[in-house]
Ligand binder design. Structure first.
Ligand code: TYM
Length: 337
C-alpha cells in the first residue's frame, strides 16, 4: 500500500490555507484505494515559535477538531500527536548526527530570520533557537519514521521535502549495507491552491496576520475577514482582471469549475467588489457551515478527541517502536529497553 502522511504545526488557529493546501488534499488522498494514511498534530514543532503552553494546547485541540470535522475517517487513518511518539525525537537525533550543518544553513525559514536580522543591523542569529535551525530534521524524522511515499503540503514545504529526501539518502548510503531503510518521500502539491493568498495578497499565514479562520469565530468572523480582503480601486461597472485578484484565487480554491467560470465572467463584466465579496462569503459559508457545526460539537467534547488521539498513538507506535529498534541496530546502538 502507498503511504500518505502530513502534519500541521499546533501554534495557531487553522485557516483556509491549511485547509485548501493540506487538509483537503490529504483527506482526499486517504480515501483512495490501497492507501495507508498518517496525519498528525506537530506539537513538538510548535515549541519552536510558541512558548505559551495554553496556546499550544488550545491549538492542538482546534487542529484535531478541524481534521475530524473535515471528514477524516479514524478507522482508516492513523491520527496522532507527534509528542505521543517518543521514537520521533529519537530518530531526529540520529538524523541530526548525519545532516551537514551547511544543508540547514540553506533552509528558507532560517535564512529568512537571518536576512531580517541583517536588515535590522543586529546579530544574524539573534532570536534564532536551535529548534528553528534544525526544524527540517525533525520534519524529516516525522516523514521517514513511517516511510511515507506521498506528502500533501502547500508550496512553502517543498524545500523541507527535498531535505527529507536528502537525509534519507544519506542514511541509506551510510548505514544501509544494501538495504534502503528509508523510503524517499514525494511531495504532493495541488497547483491551484499550493499558495492560497491571504487578505493582503501575500501567502495566507499566521505570521503575516492575514488569515481567514476556517471555523473559529463562526460566520460572523468569516464575513468580517472577507470584508477586509484588499482589492484594487476599480468601481462597479469597470471590468476587473480575475487573474490579478486574490479574491478570485480564494474563490477558485473553493468552487466547482462552472461556478469559477461564471464568477470570472462576472468580474470581467464589471461586477463590483462589494458584490464579489458577497459571492465569496456565500460560497465559503455554504461550504464550511456543515463542517463548522461538527467542529463546534467536537470542541465541546475534548475527552472524545483525547480518546481518538490515544488510539492513534498506539497504532502509530506499533509501527514506530520496532522500526526504531532496527534503526538503532543499524547505527550500532542497542535495542530500546
Ligand atoms: P504549517 O503548520 O505551517 O502548515 C500546515 C500545512 O498548511 C499548508 N499551508 C498552506 N497551503 C496553501 N496556502 C497557504 N497559504 C498555506 N499556509 C499553510 C502548509 O504548506 C502545510 O502543508 N512544517 C510543517 C508541519 C509539519 C509537516 C511534517 C508537514 C511538520 N512535520 C511532516 C508534512 C510532513 C508546517 O509548519 O506546516
Amino acid at each position: 500500500n502507498k503511504r500518505v502522511l502530513t502534519g500541521i504545526t499546533t501554534s495557531g488557529t487553522p485557516h483556509l490555507g491549511n485547509y485548501a493546501g493540506a487538509i483537503r488534499p490529504a483527506i482526499n488522498a486517504s480515501r483512495e484505494e490501497n492507501v495507508d494514511a498518517f496525519f498528525f498534530l506537530a506539537d513538538y514543532h510548535a515549541l519552536i515559535k510558541c512558548d505559551d503552553p495554553m496556546r499550544v494546547a488550545r491549538s492542538r485541540l482546534e487542529i484535531a477538531a478541524t481534521w475530524l470535522a473535515a471528514g477524516l475517517d479514524t478507522d482508516k487513518v492513523t491520527f496522532y500527536r507527534q509528542s505521543d511518539i517518543p521514537e520521533i525525537p529519537e530518530l531526529s537525533w540520529i538524523l541530526t548526527c548525519l545532516t551537514p550543518k551547511g544543508l540547514m544553513n540553506r533552509a528558507h525559514a532560517y535564512k529568512a530570520s537571518v536576512d531580517q536580522n541583517v536588515a535590522k543591523n543586529v546579530e544574524p542569529d539573534d532570536g534564532v533557537n536551535m529548534g528553528l535551525f534544525s526544524y527540517p530534521i525533525l520534519m524529516a524524522a516525522d516523514i521517514l519514521m513511517f516511510n511515507a511515499n506521498k506528502v500533501p503540503v502547500g508550496r512553502d514545504q517543498i524545500q523541507h521535502l527535498e531535505m527529507a529526501r536528502d537525509i534519507a539518502q544519506r542514511f541509506n548510503h551510510q548505514y544501509g549495507a544494501g538495504r534502503d531503510y528509508f523510503t524517499l518521500p514525494e511531495v504532493h502539491i495541488e497547483e491551484e491552491v499550493a499558495t492560497l493568498p491571504g487578505l493582503d495578497g501575500r501567502k495566507m499565514s499566521k505570521s503575516y496576520n492575514n488569515t481567514i479562520p476556517l471555523f473559529e469565530g463562526g460566520s460572523k468572523l468569516l464575513k468580517a475577514a472577507i470584508a477586509r480582503i484588499q482589492t484594487d480601486s476599480r468601481l462597479p461597472g469597470e471590468p476587473k482582471d480575475p487573474d490579478e485578484s486574490h479574491l478570485f484565487t480564494i474563490y477558485r480554491a473553493f468552487a466547482g469549475q462552472e461556478e469559477v467560470a461564471a464568477f470570472r465572467q462576472q468580474l470581467l463584466d464589471g461586477m463590483g467588489w462589494g458584490d464579489a465579496k458577497q459571492a465569496l462569503g456565500d460560497l465559503l459559508e455554504n461550504t464550511l457551515a456543515p463542517m463548522r457545526e461538527r467542529y463546534n460539537e467536537l470542541m465541546s467534547r475534548p475527552d472524545q478527541i483525547e480518546e481518538i488521539l490515544q488510539e492513534g498513538a498506539q497504532k502509530a507506535r506499533r509501527e514506530a517502536t520496532p522500526f526504531m529498534n532496527e534503526i538503532r541496530q543499524a547505527v550500532g546502538l542497542r535495542n530500546a529497553l
